[in-house]
Design a protein around this ligand. Structure first.
Ligand code: NAP
Length: 297
């Protein structure tokens, strides 16, 4: 559907719940930085409403959606076309509406993996090549991370999950999707409780920090390691606190991943690359702006 030539291009983040999302703040900053005329809103949807709310948004002229919990897997099935990384991960976090004159269609991407790798290697400066990586979790976030990590030339990747069968299933699915790179990378799966071997990089892709739990594995595993918690918060996450208390070399939360995945989505939509680091540097301001928005009467 065509929109008025004077209307702003519309984007949104769809999720359930979505009211605490930082995405509108990130994209407003990117738009301001790059001089792009666009609007980015929160798009709440009931648990069973993803398809109808997304379809209505695009029918009304929406140009693109970010997709968050719990709809990433459903979004992969919704899109008319998905790029390889999204197909392998079985999860889409960015949808682009392509206004093809003969037949408009939706394209699905997964920018979470790119965001994670950029934050770890470029913002934090932690190398991944030849490193022993321990990835905790086997949910949606771990899927995107695994696909991206497989292309980084790691020496080994151990996927550990509370429910071992989910980790095994994920590795089987990636093998079936031929997502594993041709590079020699040793892949292991383990139950969280059995992880004892030290790693160079430990990435927490579980939601345990949300429930106030940091001690997922034996403390000796993180001694000297670079530890990354995908969860982010305005205060140190439980996992980061626990890792540093157990001798981790350094620890970071996942705000940089969020900002980098948003920057990649912005680039896919607008063909202009924003300065993600400049936005990441405003960490306190991002959380304060969200607090002000959430507390608005
Ligand atoms: P999910 O699909 O619900 O998966 C949750 C994972 O956490 C599962 O592997 C689950 O294990 C594990 N888990 C939950 N509670 C646990 C506990 N108490 N002890 C041990 N393991 C536990 O969630 P998700 O979408 O993958 O998200 C995971 C985390 O990543 C969340 O904190 C989310 O906020 C974060 N995330 C951040 C970004 C970013 O941009 N920074 C992007 C995506 C996600 P079982 O399989 O055994 O249940």
């Amino acid at each position: 559907m065509s929109t008025s030539r004077y209307a702003l291009d519309r984007y949104a983040v769809i999720g359930h719940p979505v009211d605490h999302s930082l995405s509108p703040i990130l994209h407003a900053s990117f738009a301001q930085q790059t001089g792009q005329r666009m609007r980015y809103d929160l798009l709440p949807a009931g648990r069973t409403e993803f398809r109808s709310v997304a379809a209505e948004f695009f029918a009304a002229g929406g140009r693109g959606l970010n997709v968050t919990i719990p709809f990433k897997e459903e979004a992969a099935g919704y899109c008319d076309e998905t790029v390889d990384s999204a197909r392998s991960a079985g999860a889409v976090n960015t949808i682009r509406y392509v206004d093809d004159a003969s037949k408009p269609f939706t394209q699905g991407f997964n920018t979470d993996g790119v965001g994670l790798i950029r934050d770890i290697t470029e913002n934090l400066g932690w190398p991944l090549r030849d490193q022993h990586v321990l990835l905790l979790g086997a949910g949606g976030a771990a899927r995107g991370a695994m696909v991206a990590l497989l292309a980084q030339g790691c020496a080994s990747i151990t996927l550990a999950n509370r429910t071992l069968s989910r980790a095994q299933q994920l590795v089987r699915e990636l093998a079936a999707a031929e997502a594993q790179s041709s590079a020699e990378v040793v892949i292991r799966t383990q139950a969280l409780a059995r992880v004892v071997e030290p790693a160079d990089i430990v990435i927490n892709a579980t939601s345990a920090s949300l429930a106030g739990k940091g001690d997922l594995i034996a403390g000796s595993v993180v001694a000297g390691a670079n530890c990354y918690d995908m969860l982010y918060a305005d205060t140190q996450t439980h996992f980061c606190k626990w890792a540093l208390a157990n001798g981790a070399g350094s620890a970071s939360d996942g705000l940089g991943m969020l900002v980098e995945q948003a920057a990649e989505a912005f680039y896919l939509w607008r063909k202009v690359r924003p300065d993600a680091r400049a936005v990441l540097a405003q960490r306190k301001g991002l959380f304060q702006t969200r607090k002000d928005r959430v507390e608005q009467p």
